[in-house]
Design a protein around this ligand. Structure first.
Ligand SMILES: *[C@@H]1O[C@H](CO)[C@@H](O)[C@H](O)[C@H]1NC(C)=O
Ligand SMILES: *[C@@H]1O[C@H](CO)[C@@H](O)[C@H](O)[C@H]1NC(C)=O
Ligand SMILES: *[C@@H]1O[C@H](CO)[C@@H](O)[C@H](O)[C@H]1NC(C)=O
Ligand SMILES: *[C@@H]1O[C@H](CO)[C@@H](O)[C@H](O)[C@H]1NC(C)=O
Ligand SMILES: *[C@@H]1O[C@H](CO)[C@@H](O)[C@H](O)[C@H]1NC(C)=O
Ligand SMILES: *[C@@H]1O[C@H](CO)[C@@H](O)[C@H](O)[C@H]1NC(C)=O
Ligand SMILES: *[C@@H]1O[C@H](CO)[C@@H](O)[C@H](O)[C@H]1NC(C)=O
Ligand SMILES: *[C@@H]1O[C@H](CO)[C@@H](O)[C@H](O)[C@H]1NC(C)=O
Length: 442
């Protein structure tokens, strides 16, 4: 164990040294298999509107300006007063509901003081018109493991203001786990357990809307007939068993354009406060609520090892500029350093440059990227994907960048400490690999 700790301490020093001489970092060569957290670039042709619309009546969004039993039943929680405020005078309550009835005919519109996703201003804004910080590989919280992407566990991530949770999954013995590249390197446990923790947080935060992006790490595996082994269908069991299912929003279309998305308050009234996306092997027939990421969102280039962070289209390929302008988009802003173990190449977060990467201004900063992208597309990215969101030139710097993009003021406390993270002991093999990392770097 002592060797392990010593080794990792020196490994992180070596990573530090490497990044100062970034030109020495090996660049990717096409022929070698690059082990990375992300995957291939799909080409997408977006569906026609008609074919992407569900005819099922259950997907419709209720008109919040009218009385409805559905909304009244949500208000029977302890939060009823705030709910009255969140849409102000535009809403009345049903006689069968439990709320104090407010009349639409009275003149004064109350000012909303209830924050939605931490800001009262967001309640009336569309889901598609808000910039949120995304925890890249949110479950990969492991001390002294170079494959970690975050220092703080998911409950505290959400408390601190993270509203998109991304993570790579792998099937282990028929059960989906969150694992980084390989479950031998970093196994953060089952998807079900992770989602149960998220569900528990949602139970206690009725005014928050989150997005979960599943990275299907086994997307390329096929059976003897060439059929994919792991698809959206495999995510149903952990999502249902964790309790998350009841919060998942079923959009009216599988291909949602910016103007199709409801406001946060609509999602909050429905109590459908989770949007789920999968990067590969979606199955809209079987699992219509697990949306294909690339029908609904595009990304800038992923897993960069250089700090130029271009706002170009990364995934999916083949999207027209017109389509780009109609979809959500995510700025990938995690800086990596490539290490080699035997013939494997591994991308790990560039920890030492985090103050620059997660900064609000200057070369390679998140703030700079948001400005560049906003200028180019006339609106900021919807999601800012970062590693170690708690690190930066000052506490909460990544949230300050998002707040600026949202035209609100960031004045929250940040961030939880690393001790809030779930402590799970490293597996034997990850120990071995960690040592291998040291040996290679020395
Ligand atoms: C509202 O609920 C009451 C009692 O459960 C029911 O009788 C009524 O039909 C419902 N109204 C609507 C519009 O669903
Ligand atoms: C109102 O709330 C109380 C306590 O929460 C409950 O006992 C009662 O049945 C509710 N009434 C209606 C009409 O929902
Ligand atoms: C986005 O929200 C801002 C702030 O409320 C508002 O000014 C703007 O019109 C909204 N844009 C769209 C496209 O809804
Ligand atoms: C998978 O199953 C095999 C055989 O039952 C077992 O030896 C192995 O430990 C399991 N792996 C994991 C990660 O649970
Ligand atoms: C850059 O941000 C820092 C805070 O991290 C601030 O003190 C400084 O004034 C900013 N510089 C410029 C040029 O905006
Ligand atoms: C970032 O800067 C802060 C404040 O100067 C410092 O305390 C912290 O150690 C730095 N973090 C890293 C990863 O260099
Ligand atoms: C930004 O917010 C201020 C008030 O805080 C408002 O006056 C201004 O119009 C907003 N700008 C945009 C682009 O929404
Ligand atoms: C910044 O956050 C750390 C914990 O992550 C905390 O110990 C420290 O007091 C915070 N600093 C400020 C100025 O809030």
């Amino acid at each position: 164990m002592l060797l392990h700790l010593l080794c990792l301490a020196s490994a992180s020093l070596t990573l530090a040294r490497q990044s100062e001489f970034s030109q020495e970092i090996k660049t990717l060569t096409g022929s070698e298999r690059l082990i990375t957290t992300d995957s291939a670039v799909p080409t997408v042709s977006l569906p026609e509107d008609e074919s992407s619309i569900f005819v099922s009546g259950t997907a419709s969004i209720p008109d919040l300006s009218t009385t409805s039993n559905a909304t009244a039943s949500i208000t029977s929680t302890s939060t009823k007063e705030s709910l009255t405020q969140i849409v102000g005078g535009t809403r009345t309550t049903g006689a069968s509901g439990n709320m104090t009835t407010s009349s639409t005919t009275t003149s004064a519109t109350p000012t909303n003081t209830q924050p939605c996703n931490n800001y009262p201003e967001f309640c009336s804004r569309r889901y598609s018109n808000i910039t949120e910080v995304c925890a890249h590989n949110s479950p990969f919280v492991r001390k002294n493991n170079a494959a970690s992407n975050q220092a703080i566990g998911v409950t505290q991530q959400l408390n601190d203001g993270i509203r998109m949770l991304q993570g790579q999954t792998h099937m282990v013995n028929g059960t989906l786990h969150y694992c980084h590249t390989s479950c031998d390197l970093l196994d953060a446990g089952t998807v079900e357990d992770y989602l149960r923790e998220v569900t528990d947080w949602l139970d206690h935060h009725p005014f928050d809307v989150i997005t979960i992006l599943f990275g299907n790490g086994d997307y390329a595996q096929t059976d003897a007939n060439g059929k994919p082994l792991v698809t959206a269908v495999d995510f149903v069991a952990p999502i249902e068993k964790s309790g998350l299912k009841r919060y998942i929003y079923q959009p009216p279309k599988t291909h949602m354009k910016l103007d199709d998305w409801p406001t946060l308050s609509e999602l909050i009234f429905l109590n459908k406060r989770v949007v789920t996306l999968i990067d590969y092997n979606f199955d809209h027939e079987a699992v219509p609520w697990l949306l294909w990421e690339f029908y609904n969102m595009w990304e800038t280039p992923f897993s960069p090892t250089g700090n130029s962070f271009p706002c170009d289209l990364g995934r999916p390929e083949g999207l027209s500029r017109e389509d780009q302008e109609e979809l959500l988009y995510m700025a990938n802003h995690n800086l990596n350093v490539e290490i080699s173990i035997a013939d494997m190449h591994l991308l790990v977060p560039n920890y030492v440059q985090l103050n620059q990467t997660n900064g609000v201004n200057g070369t390679g900063s998140l703030g700079e990227m948001v400005q560049t992208c906003t200028a180019r597309y006339a609106r900021p990215p919807n999601f800012l994907l970062v590693d170690f969101y708690n690190e930066g030139p000052f506490n909460g710097s990544v949230f300050a960048v998002a707040a600026e993009a949202n035209n609100v003021t960031y004045d929250r406390k940040c961030c939880g400490t690393a001790s809030d993270a779930a402590q799970v002991s490293a597996t034997h093999l990850s120990l071995v690999i960690a040592i291998a990392v040291c040996l290679v770097l020395f």
